[in-house]
Design a protein around this ligand. Structure first.
Ligand SMILES: C[S@@+](CC[C@H](N)C(=O)[O-])C[C@H]1O[C@@H](n2cnc3c(N)ncnc32)[C@H](O)[C@@H]1O
Length: 279
C-alpha cells in the first residue's frame, strides 16, 4: 500500500517531509469508514491535501477528522477538526464482530483490538464478569464471541450515548441476555455487585486507580484486569503497588499473574495492564 509520505512528496516541501504523519486510525468497515489523524502545526497549510491523500489510501474512508486535543473529560473524547465532512457514525469490524460507534460522541480505539482478544481468550464458561468503564461495549462483545458460554457481563458506563451504542452492539451481534448495560457511575453501581464476580475489567487507564477498591470488592474470587499508565523505564511498578496495597487495605489476598504493555500512550509512556488473582 502506498503511504502518505509517498503520496504527498510532490505536494509538501521537502524540508517538511519528516513531519508527515506515518500513522492514523481507521474506524469503520467497507460500508464506510472514518480516518482520524494528528497533523503537526507546521503542516497546517497542507491539512486538506493530507486528508485527500487518506481517502486515496483507503477507499472506504468518507470522513477525515484531525485530532486537535488529547482525550479529555470524563467521557475521554478528543476534540476534532473536520477536514472532510461525512458521516461520523460507522460500523467497525474487528475479529468477526461489528461495533457501531460515533467517535465524536463516545470513546473507541481500534488500537485496543488485540488487548480485547487477549482478555477474551482468558475467559472460561460460566464466568460472571463486571466490566467497568465499558464505553460502547467492545470488550464484552469480544468476550461473548470468544466464549459464548460466559454466564453474564455487567457493563457499567456513565455516558448515555455510549450506553445507546452498546445496546445497538448487543443487538447487532445477537448477544441479548449475555451483556447487561448499566448506565451510571461505577461508584454508585458497583456496590450492588460486591463479592459476586469471577472477573473484573477496569478499562480506564488514566483513572481506574481511583476506583480500585470498588473493582476489588466486586471480586468473589477471581481475576482483576487493571489498566494504568507507566513510564518506559518501569512500566508496571506503580500499577502493581496500587493493586497490592489496595488488597492489603481490604484484607484480600492477591497475586500478580500477568503484566502487559497494551500500547504507546504518550512519549516514553505506555498504556499498561496488570492482571491479578484475588481471593
Ligand atoms: C477509556 S474509555 C474505555 C471504553 C471501553 N471500555 C473501550 O475500550 O472502548 C473509559 C470509559 O469510562 C467511562 N467512565 C469514566 N468515568 C466513569 C465512571 N466513574 N463510571 C462509569 N463510567 C465511567 C467513560 O465515559 C468512557 O466511556
Amino acid at each position: 500500500m502506498v503511504g502518505l509520505k509517498e503520496l504527498l512528496k510532490n505536494v509538501i516541501p521537502q524540508n517538511l517531509h519528516h513531519l508527515i504523519p506515518t500513522s492514523f486510525d481507521i474506524i469503520g468497515s467497507r460500508n464506510g469508514a472514518i480516518a482520524i489523524i494528528e497533523i503537526p502545526e507546521e503542516l497546517e497549510l497542507y491539512k486538506h491535501e493530507i486528508a485527500k491523500a487518506l481517502i486515496k489510501i483507503n477507499k472506504h474512508v468518507k470522513t477525515v477528522l484531525r485530532k486537535i486535543s488529547g482525550r479529555k473529560g470524563i467521557y475521554r473524547l478528543y476534540n476534532f477538526e473536520i477536514l472532510i465532512p461525512g458521516p461520523t457514525e460507522v460500523l467497525h469490524k474487528e475479529h468477526g464482530y461489528f461495533i457501531k460507534v460515533d467517535p465524536t460522541k463516545v470513546y473507541f480505539s481500534p488500537r485496543d483490538h488485540s488487548d480485547r482478544l487477549d482478555i477474551a481468550k482468558q475467559v472460561k464458561p460460566n464466568e460472571f464478569i463486571i466490566y467497568m468503564f465499558a464505553g460502547v461495549g467492545p470488550y464484552a462483545v469480544c468476550i461473548c464471541k470468544q466464549c459464548p458460554d460466559v454466564r453474564q457481563i455487567i457493563a457499567i458506563e456513565i455516558n448515555s450515548i455510549a450506553i445507546k451504542y452498546m445496546m445497538d452492539n448487543i443487538r447487532l451481534n445477537k448477544l441479548k441476555g449475555k451483556i447487561t448495560p448499566i448506565e451510571g457511575d461505577v461508584v454508585y453501581v458497583s456496590p450492588k455487585y460486591y463479592n459476586t464476580a469471577d472477573r473484573v475489567i477496569m478499562t480506564l487507564p488514566l483513572g481506574a486507580f481511583q476506583y480500585l477498591e470498588y473493582g476489588i470488592k466486586c471480586i468473589k474470587s477471581g481475576i482483576l484486569h487493571f489498566y494504568h499508565t507507566g513510564p518506559e523505564e518501569n512500566p508496571f511498578k506503580e500499577a502493581e503497588d496500587l493493586v497490592i496495597s489496595t488488597c492489603e487495605k481490604l484484607k484480600r489476598n492477591c497475586k500478580i499473574i500477568n503484566r502487559k504493555i497494551v500500547r504507546d500512550y504518550a512519549p516514553r509512556m505506555y498504556k499498561i495492564r496488570v492482571d491479578a488473582e484475588i481471593w
